[in-house]
Every structure is written in C-alpha cells, then in structure tokens.
Design a protein around this ligand. Structure first.
Ligand SMILES: [Zn+2]
Length: 287
C-alpha cells in the first residue's frame, strides 16, 4: 500500500466479498466452482425529500444484496442505478428510464453472465415504480434464455417474519419513517434527519376518501389507490409527487420518527428470509 498522502483522499471503500465490481477474474472463476447464483438489485435515482439522497433506492438495494452475499454464495451484480420514476420528475435530480430500457439492460446483463456459467438470477427491486417491470423482466428471462429468474420480493415472502411494527394512522410511504429507518441502518452517513419535516398531502378528492381504508390495508382500496397514485404529471391524474406533497415525502408522519433499531430489525428480517429462500432453492436442485 502506498503511503496515505499518495492515495485518493476520497477513497474509503472496503473490498466486499461476492460483490462483482470489486472482484478479479480468478475470484469470479473461484466463485463459479461453488455457485451459479446471482442477485441483481434494481433501484432508482429519484427525489427522496431533503433528508435522504437521490440514490436511496439504489444504495439501499445494493447494500441489502451485499449483506445477503456475506451469508451465502450469491454474486451481487448491479448494472443500473436509475429506474422508472416519471412521477418524481418535478424534483431536481430525479432521473427516469423507460421500461424497455430497464428490461433491455438487464436482459443483456443476464445473457452476459450466462456465457460465464451463471444460471440462477434473483432480481431485488427496491423501488415501487419498478414492480411490474421486474415481474415482466423475470418472465422474459425464463421464456427467452437458459437462465432461471425469480423476483426477490415474491421469493422471500413466505420466509419473512410478520412485521410487529404498529401500523401508523396516516399514510407513511415514500421517504417516510420505514424507508428512513432502513436508510439509517444501511447508509447512516447519508441520512440528514435534522432536515426531515412533516407534510400535509393534497390528494384528488376520491383518493382522499379511500385513504382510511388504504391505511387499514383493505385490499381493494389499496389496489385502486396505488393504481392511480404516483403517476406522471402528463397522465392528468394529479398524482405526481409534487402535486400530492410539497416536501416529496409521500406520507404525513414526520420521517424524524425513524429509528436505526427499526431499520436494523427490518433489514435483518429481509436478509434472514433471503438466506432461507437460497437454502431452500439450493436444496431443491441438489444432485
Ligand atoms: Zn425510495
């Protein structure tokens, strides 16, 4: 190692096991003797109010994948930072990609990895706006390539311990207390909790009426509410982020109520569920 005055003063990354961008060719070859499993995070670069960074979904997704890869041999291969975020575009810094672009980038990624001997792919989506794209992408891989792909959220669902956190009495979603808690655990230096403020939502009247049932997780109200809410300004639905919230937080709880303990518990639950899923998959295909 050169003396510290000779190295990049900004450099503070540590090599992370099973994280493709940090690995050498021999390390990838060695990995392939043990496992053919890949996890690919799909995130977003979009506004997360004034207390969380634009890269929240990407960074949180990658960090969760890295944690899973310390428990089991799964290659973490992020290739795209941005996702589908048209409804956040009124806020500076947000980037949105089309569904076609996101699917094409990941299809070409999977085809590349299959050439080297990888066979199984888990897509870990960390942004609500990518949900349907992830479902379609996974099916396209299964229909068109030699790879077998699954959606992380679907895969780990049976293994998640039910959330004991008391449900709030108001909407609490994008950049709210849950996401802020996860961020306090996964990327503490990038959270500016002192900049978080509570906001009042302005929803179209019929969505406002549904809200109590949505908060109570009534399935039909939730389905209809989410089908209409958080859509680009150009749709005329009046549900782009800026039309519903001045701060960019989509909820009425103050994100300051977030805690690192809640984040740690939630992420640990996710990582442990992922480990159980991977163990089960490995077990089911054991020769
Ligand atoms: Zn987010």
């Amino acid at each position: 190692m050169p003396t510290s005055s000779l190295i990049n003063p900004l450099w503070n990354e540590k090599k992370v096991k099973n994280y493709l961008p940090h690995m050498t060719v021999p390390e990838v070859d060695d990995f392939l003797t043990k496992s053919d499993l890949v996890i690919i995070p799909i995130g977003a670069l979009e506004q997360h109010s004034s207390h969380l960074p634009i890269g929240t979904d990407f960074i949180n997704g990658v960090e969760q994948c890295k944690l899973i890869a310390q428990e089991r041999d799964v290659l973490v291969a992020p290739v795209l930072m941005a996702g589908q975020s048209p409804y956040h575009m009124a806020f500076s810094g947000s980037i949105t990609l089309s569904a076609d672009t996101i699917i094409q980038v990941h299809m070409e990624t999977v085809v590349s990895l299959i050439k080297h001997g990888f066979k199984r792919f888990v897509f870990m989506n960390s942004h609500g706006g990518n949900r349907a794209i992830t479902t379609f992408l996974v099916d396209q891989i299964n229909q068109k390539t030699a790879g077998v792909a699954v959606d992380f959220g679907v895969a780990i669902h049976p293994y998640l311990k039910s959330d004991t956190y008391k449900k709030p009495e108001v909407l609490d979603r994008h950049a709210g207390t849950g996401e802020t808690s996860d961020s306090l655990y996964l990327m503490p230096d990038l959270v500016q909790l002192d900049k978080a403020t509570a906001t009042k939502l302005t929803l179209p009247k019929h969505l406002e009426q549904m809200l109590p049932e949505v908060i109570n997780e009534e399935p039909t109200a939730k389905l209809l509410f989410l089908s209409e809410a958080l859509k680009g300004e150009e749709t005329g639905k009046k549900t782009s982020t800026l039309e519903m919230t001045k701060t960019g937080v989509w909820g009425e709880l103050n994100p300051k109520e977030a805690t690192v303990e809640r984040g740690a518990k939630n992420i640990n639950n996710t990582v442990q569920a992922a480990v159980k899923f991977i163990d089960k998959w490995n077990d089911l295909i054991k020769e």
